[in-house]
Design a binder for this molecule. Structure first.
Ligand code: URP
Ligand code: ZN
Ligand code: ZN
Length: 459
């Protein structure tokens, strides 16, 4: 009897090695790496890279936000993810005021079950902190929800104050959980927003003027100081600017357990996009906003030297027509967020690896291995090794694709990368030992993705 599936002749890439070998898969797990395996099914990966499935630890599927709901649900969003080589996600279950953390998880499990085509975990976006919520964090960790995001922005909705943030940090330290933070100063954003609107400044460009880099820099420094005071580890999400990174770098030099991610949009797009005519700038209204181009060099450099450890997407799509256009006469009403779950891996390969900015092993580390480690899924996810889940991407380094929202699978009417030609694309994607994407077609079934009970974070 052969193995269920053997992937032959590919070039396996992990965070540390690149080598030619075959992969044997049984019952959804990798059971052998070597030569001479016999399979009931065989995939010939000659000329291809074989990557671990991508791990995207920052997504917002089916999330009510700013008067709209993010347009991908767990079916369309995870199908888009798998087309782009991402085989696990960690999505944000948002606590609503007055409700518990387990309410948030129950709500998000209902959204995902029967729909997701890849495995998924949840962080909790904690918005309402009191003694019983702090106690409940421990129950959540026991259920495999081991990370909590706090927002220092979005005053009046998601934002928490420093006292609440500190209490969550202290509790997280005691129970081995990881606190994630949206680092922008929500109080000042509120002041600038009111001021700009009172001056009649209503176009998307002013989103960037209200969310100045100094407000991210200040909030990142403050979050790090509070984490240090609580002796807790900290993970800063969607880092966009050099100023915030300086604090991360300084903290890490001091030996503090501070980690940070960035996203493709901050590496590849800049603030000038807000000037696109006919309300086109709304496509890029996200928080933090796109920054001046010079920040991109700092971000790439920080990825290369390890000051930034993860590339995630912050996938939070809204249709231009019917959602973003709610802010046609007032940029502050444009739902914040942009799509990216499908394009992360090919964009970073094309614009990072091919251009020589990062090595191919660093690419795997940033997009697969580190996110799995920091969010408690390693080595089940994020690498190719005996015993790991058989989440595997067969990637053609020569395949050229011109990105267009019409050809992508994200449920949204634009991509920020419209018309961009990239080189290198997944051609077959295997999730838990089953082929899900085969040369441009989805061949899986909805509802096959399972909840990931995550462990405690590790480095
Ligand atoms: O603009 C963004 N980033 N929208 C999603 C919510 C968040 O802050 O992550
Ligand atoms: Zn955020
Ligand atoms: Zn986000």
């Amino acid at each position: 009897m052969g193995m269920d599936l053997v992937i032959k002749n590919g070039k396996i890439v992990t965070a540390v090695d690149t080598y030619e070998a075959d992969i044997g898969i049984e019952k959804g797990k990798i059971v052998g790496i070597g030569r001479g395996f016999e399979g009931n099914e065989t995939i010939d990966a000659k000329g291809m890279f074989v990557f671990p499935g991508g791990v995207d630890v920052h997504t917002h599927l089916d999330m009510p936000f700013m008067g709209a709901s993010s347009s991908d649900d767990f079916e369309t969003g995870t199908i888009a993810a798998v087309f782009g080589g991402t085989t696990s996600i960690v999505d944000f279950a948002i606590q609503t005021r007055g409700n518990t953390l387990s309410d948030a998880i129950a709500t998000w499990k209902k959204k995902a079950e029967g729909k997701a085509v890849i495995d998924y975990g949840f962080h909790i976006g904690v918005t309402d902190v009191n003694d019983s919520i702090i106690k409940e964090m421990e129950t959540m960790v026991g259920e495999g929800v081991t990370s909590f995001k706090l927002f220092l922005a979005y005053k009046g909705t998601l934002m928490v104050d420093d006292g609440a943030f500190f209490q969550v940090l202290e509790k997280a330290r005691n129970i081995g959980a990881l606190v994630m933070v949206h680092a922008e100063n929500g109080y000042l954003i509120d002041v600038f927003t009111k001021r700009l609107l009172a001056e009649g400044k209503i176009a998307p460009w002013y989103h960037a003027e209200a969310h100045l880099p100094i407000l991210e820099t200040e909030a990142a420094a403050r979050a790090i100081a509070l984490a240090e005071a609580a002796s807790a580890p900290l993970y800063i999400v969607h880092t966009s600017c050099g100023g915030a990174l300086e604090s991360v770098k300084r903290a890490r030099e001091k030996g503090l357990p501070v980690y940070a991610e960035t996203c493709p949009q901050y590496l590849l797009l800049d603030v000038e996009r807000y000037k696109e005519p006919n309300f086109g700038g709304a496509k890029y209204v996200m928080s933090p906003p796109l920054r001046a181009k010079w920040n991109q060099d700092i971000l790439w450099n920080s990825l290369g030297i390890g000051d930034l450890q993860v590339i995630s997407t912050d996938h939070c799509p809204f249709f231009m027509k019917g959602q973003k256009d709610m802010g046609k006469d007032n940029w502050a009403k444009i739902p914040n967020g942009c799509p990216g779950i499908e394009t992360r891996m090919p964009l970073i390969y094309s614009e990072g690896v091919r251009t020589g900015k990062i090595s191919i092993n660093k690419f795997v580390e940033l997009c697969c291995t580190n996110p799995a480690k920091l969010l408690g899924m390693y080595p089940r996810k994020g690498t190719i090794a005996p015993g790991s889940d058989a989440d595997v991407v067969i990637f053609d380094p020569e395949k050229e694709v011109t990105l267009s929202w019409k050809n992508l699978h994200q449920r949204v009417d634009y991509t920020p990368y419209e018309g961009m030609t990239i080189k290198g694309y997944p051609v077959k994607v295997i999730v838990n030992g089953e082929l899900k994407v085969d040369n441009g077609s989805f061949v899986g079934k909805k509802g096959t993705g399972k909840f990931i009970r995550r462990g405690k974070f590790r480095v």
